[in-house]
Design a protein around this ligand. Structure first.
Ligand code: ATP
Ligand code: MG
Length: 354
């Protein structure tokens, strides 16, 4: 009996050992959380629809340190925008269900009340959208919209300070005539200027984490490059952490430290960005690279990935990429792969790596 269940002094020793283990675990855990500005644990987001449950994000986990840039890559519909919105505790529509944890600076976004969540949005985490025309309000001037964000987070700022700060913000995002821009309505300025104004609003309350959802795709190529340089410059100067969603692998290579590749609502590969380009481990990532133009590789034939992403209402058993995978094995269609280490900081969810 005593071999199975300790008693007396043995019991006390076992209890102390367990407590010590637990407190070491807690310490390690909270240290990891402190180091990471953002920790996402087992996050899932689904939408109830007439056709069934759309499983848009399926148990993703990742973390991001202060001042680091993470590129979120993946085909259309892979769950990138839903993930960004979930980080802010925003879910589109009453049909959305979210599970899992999103910890920003030690606070679980899903457990905050709406006021605390509002304070977090803009104050710690800000979102820049792809199309500023939909995010800016057409009936207010740019100056009024920047002022509104400033006052929302710092209600005690006086009018003169608000105006000075709004002008400084437009200077920061390199708007050439800030006074004119402050007095303009969104439709009176160019697309590039609107995106700069959007970024100014996002930066108004000095966030530590910027979520940029394809912030350049609605612009023409020259302006795209300017906005990209601006974002990169701001990221460095303000030491911002950024999650940058892009379809452009060249952009990702220029701006990011790390990359996470999403497929059917899962992160299938995570790696330092240059490691990902040098040695893509997941067949999906390799396919994505062959399907996209990259700087310095013009003229290389593009090979699209055969087939289409899976129906998120009826995900296939096993690996969701298996039906399109050129290297598919029997196991891929029955068991879901876990994340296997490839190299330091590099993991991929693929049976072929195990
Ligand atoms: N409110 C909703 N109701 C039902 N399905 C939704 C809803 N919002 C998003 N989805 C679905 O969730 C999936 C993921 O959408 P998401 O917008 O995150 O894709 P994405 O990776 O950002 O794509 P893109 O590159 O085209 O922007 C898509 O299949 C989308 O149709
Ligand atoms: Mg999107």
């Amino acid at each position: 009996m005593s071999g199975i269940m300790p008693h007396g002094g043995d019991l006390l020793a076992a209890l102390l050992l367990a407590l010590d283990r637990q407190s070491r675990y807690d310490r390690r855990h909270s240290e990891a959380d402190r180091m990471a500005l953002l920790t996402v644990r087992d996050l899932s987001v689904s939408f109830e629809t007439r056709d069934g449950t759309v499983r848009a994000v399926n148990g993703i986990s990742f973390s991001l340190e202060a001042g680091k840039v993470l590129a979120l890559l993946g085909e259309s519909g892979s769950g990138k925008s839903v993930t960004l919105r979930a980080i802010l505790g925003l879910h589109h529509g009453a049909n959305a269900r979210a599970k899992g944890e999103v910890i920003v600076k030690g606070q679980d976004v899903n457990r905050l009340d709406e006021r605390a969540r509002e304070a977090l949005r803009g104050g710690v985490v800000s979102l820049v959208f792809q199309e500023p025309m939909t995010a800016l309000d057409p009936v207010y001037t740019i100056g009024e919209q920047i002022a509104e964000t400033l006052v929302q987070h710092r209600p005690r700022l006086d009018r003169a300070t608000v105006r000075r700060r709004a002008r400084e913000l437009l200077d920061l995002v390199q708007v050439p005539s800030p006074d004119r821009c402050l007095a303009s309505y969104p439709h009176e300025i160019s697309g590039g200027m609107r995106q700069r104004a959007m970024i100014a609003i996002a930066l108004a309350c000095e966030p530590e984490l910027l979520l940029a959802d394809e912030p350049t795709t609605a612009l023409d190529v020259t302006v795209q490059a300017q906005i990209l340089w601006l974002l990169r410059d701001l990221q460095k100067r303000l030491d911002l952490a950024v999650i940058f969603v892009t379809h452009d692998l060249g952009v990702a290579a220029e701006i990011a430290d790390d990359a996470a590749v999403m497929y059917a609502g899962r992160i299938v590969e995570r790696a330092p960005i240059h490691e990902l380009f040098r040695r893509p481990a997941h067949p999906y990532t390799a396919g994505l690279m062959q399907a996209t133009v990259r700087r310095g590789q013009k003229g290389r034939p593009l090979v699209p990935i055969a087939g289409a992403p899976p129906n998120l209402v009826a995900l296939p058993a096993g690996c969701a990429f298996a039906p399109r995978c050129p290297s598919v094995q029997a196991v891929c269609t029955t068991a879901e792969p876990v994340a296997h280490p490839v190299a330091s900081g590099h993991t991929a969810r693929c049976h072929l790596i195990a």
